[in-house]
Design a binder for this molecule. Structure first.
Ligand SMILES: Cc1ncc(COP(=O)(O)O)c(C=O)c1O
Length: 429
C-alpha cells in the first residue's frame, strides 16, 4: 500500500520579525532600536539573522576593542572560568589585583576600583568628589554642556543634555553644566560648594568634540588653584581608542608644558572588557585612599572572569601594537572623511575626532533634499542608508555619524567602509 506522506509545512523563515516580536512583547521599550537583529560576528563583521553581512565600524559603541568572536577573548574566558568565575569582594583574587596594576602602569600612580559599567564608574567618581569635599561642606560637581555620563539618576543629573533628564525630575542635586572648551565660563561657574569638575576628553554622545589642550591645561591650573578635583570620563574615548591609553595623552602630543598633566580621577568601561561588562575608575595617588573600607562597593565589581578578559585585551593591544593601528588607520579614515567634506560640502560639513573615534557632521536635515521630508534626523537617516549597504555606524545627536571601530580593524576593512560611506554621501549629494 502506498504510504501517504503529509506535505511538509511551509517554511516560514522570518526570524527577524519573530525576534522583534519578542522585544515588543517582553522587553521594556526604553531604547530606540534599528530594525536589525544580529546573530553572530567575526572580527569587524557581523551577520544578521537573515545572513546579511555588515562591516561593523560602530564596535558596539566603542566596546568591541578586539572585534567580534575573538579567539583569545574566548580562550581567556574558558581558562579563567575553569578556575574561578566569581568571588565576593570580601576576599582577594589575583586577576583583579593584576588588572589594577596594569591600569595604574598605563596611567600613573594611584589605585583602581572595579564596577560593571560606565555609569557606575562615574557614580564612583561622584562619591569620591563628595567624600573629598564633605568636611568643608563642598559637594558640587561641574560638568560640560553636551556631555554624557550615563543613565543612572546621578548620571542624568551629571549629563549636560536636557533630553536625558526629562520626566525624571527631581534630579539629583549638586550638578551644574558649563559650556565645553570654555575655561573662563568654568572659572566663573566655580562656587564655594564646588568639589570637582568632570569632563570627557572627547565628548562622544555630544557629537565627537575633543577638548583643546589649552582647556585641559587651564582646568588643571584652575583645579589646583581652587583645590577642586579634576575628573575625566574616559568611558568612550579611553582605552587606546585615540591611539594613546587616554585621550588627554593624545590631545597633548607635541604640546609644550603638558608633560606633567594628570587628572585626579578617570572613569573607564566599554573597551576595557571588549564586550564583557566591566567598568573601573582610577584615582590619583594623594586621593587613592579617600574611599575607605565600607564606603563603596558592588557585588560584581572586578570579578576574576571580567578581569582575566580585560588583562588579555591589554596584552593583545600591546603585543599587536593596536594603539598605533588606531592612530594610523584612524588618521587615514579622518583624512578620507575630510576629503569627502571638501568634495561634498553641502552634505558633510565637518569632521572631528582622534584615532578610532571619528565623527562626520552632516548638514541640517532641511538642507539635504533627500532627507528633508524624512521623519528622522539626518544622522539617523544616514545610518539607515549605511545599514542598507552593509555598514554599521553610530549616530550622535541629530547630525553626527560616529565611527568607533575595533582597535584591530584592518586596512582592507577601513577602505571598504570608506567606499560605502563615500557612495552613500555621493548618492545623497
Ligand atoms: C562618556 C560616557 N560616559 C558614560 C557612559 C555610560 O556608560 P554605560 O552605558 O556603560 O553605563 C557612556 C556611554 O555611552 C559614555 O559615552
Amino acid at each position: 500500500m502506498k504510504e501517504i506522506v503529509p506535505a511538509p509545512p511551509a517554511i516560514v523563515h522570518n526570524e527577524q520579525q519573530a525576534i522583534i516580536g519578542l522585544f515588543e512583547k517582553y522587553v521594556v521599550p526604553s531604547y530606540g532600536r534599528f530594525e536589525l537583529a544580529l546573530a553572530r560576528g567575526a572580527g569587524s563583521y557581523v551577520w544578521d539573522v537573515n545572513g546579511k553581512r555588515y562591516l561593523d565600524l560602530g564596535g558596539g559603541i566603542a566596546v568591541c576593542s578586539l572585534g567580534h568572536g575573538n579567539a583569545e577573548i574566548t580562550e581567556a574566558l574558558i581558562e579563567q572560568s575553569r578556575k574561578l568565575v566569581h568571588v565576593s569582594n570580601l576576599y582577594y583574587q589575583e586577576p583583579q589585583g593584576r588588572l589594577a596594576q596594569q591600569l595604574v602602569k598605563h596611567l600613573a600612580p594611584g589605585k583602581v576600583f572595579f564596577c560593571n559599567s560606565g555609569a557606575e564608574a562615574n557614580e564612583g567618581l561622584y562619591k569620591l568628589a563628595r567624600k573629598f569635599g564633605h568636611d568643608e561642606g563642598r559637594f558640587e560637581i561641574l560638568t560640560a554642556v553636551n556631555s554624557f555620563h550615563g543613565r543612572t539618576l546621578a548620571g542624568i543629573a551629571a549629563t549636560g543634555q536636557d533630553k536625558v533628564k526629562k520626566g525624571f525630575e527631581p534630579l539629583v542635586a549638586g550638578f551644574r553644566h558649563v559650556p565645553f572648551n570654555d575655561l573662563e565660563a568654568m572659572r566663573a561657574a566655580l562656587s564655594p560648594a564646588t568639589a570637582a569638575i568632570l569632563i570627557e576628553g572627547i565628548q562622544g554622545e555630544g557629537g565627537v568634540t575633543p577638548a583643546t589642550p589649552e582647556y585641559l591645561l587651564g582646568l588643571r591650573r584652575l583645579c589646583d588653584e581652587k583645590r577642586v578635583l579634576l575628573l575625566m570620563d574616559a568611558v568612550q574615548c579611553g582605552h587606546f581608542r585615540t591611539g594613546r591609553f587616554q585621550s588627554f595623552q593624545r590631545i597633548f602630543e607635541g604640546v609644550a608644558g603638558a608633560e606633567g598633566f594628570l587628572p585626579d580621577g578617570v572613569s573607564m568601561a566599554k573597551s576595557l572588557g571588549g564586550g564583557f561588562p566591566i567598568g573601573a575608575f582610577w584615582v590619583r595617588e594623594p586621593f587613592a585612599d579617600l574611599l575607605g573600607a565600607g564606603s563603596h562597593g558592588t557585588t560584581f565589581g572586578g570579578t576574576p572572569l571580567g578581569c582575566a578578559v580585560a588583562l588579555k585585551i591589554l596584552e593583545v593591544i600591546e603585543r599587536d601594537n593596536l594603539a598605533a593601528n588606531a592612530r594610523e588607520l584612524g588618521g587615514w579614515l579622518k583624512a578620507e572623511l575630510e576629503r569627502l567634506a571638501r568634495t561634498y560640502p553641502h552634505v558633510v560639513t565637518n569632521v572631528r575626532g582622534l584615532g578610532f573615534m571619528v565623527g562626520f557632521e552632516l548638514a541640517e536635515k532641511e538642507k539635504i533634499p533627500v532627507f528633508a521630508n524624512g521623519e528622522k534626523s539626518a544622522a539617523m537617516q544616514m545610518v539607515n542608508r549605511l545599514h542598507d549597504v552593509g555598514l554599521l555606524t553610530i549616530p550622535a545627536g541629530n547630525q553626527v555619524v560616529r565611527l568607533l571601530p575595533a582597535l584591530n580593524l584592518g586596512r582592507a576593512q577601513a577602505e571598504e567602509g570608506m567606499q560605502l560611506i563615500e557612495a552613500a554621501v555621493r548618492a545623497i549629494a
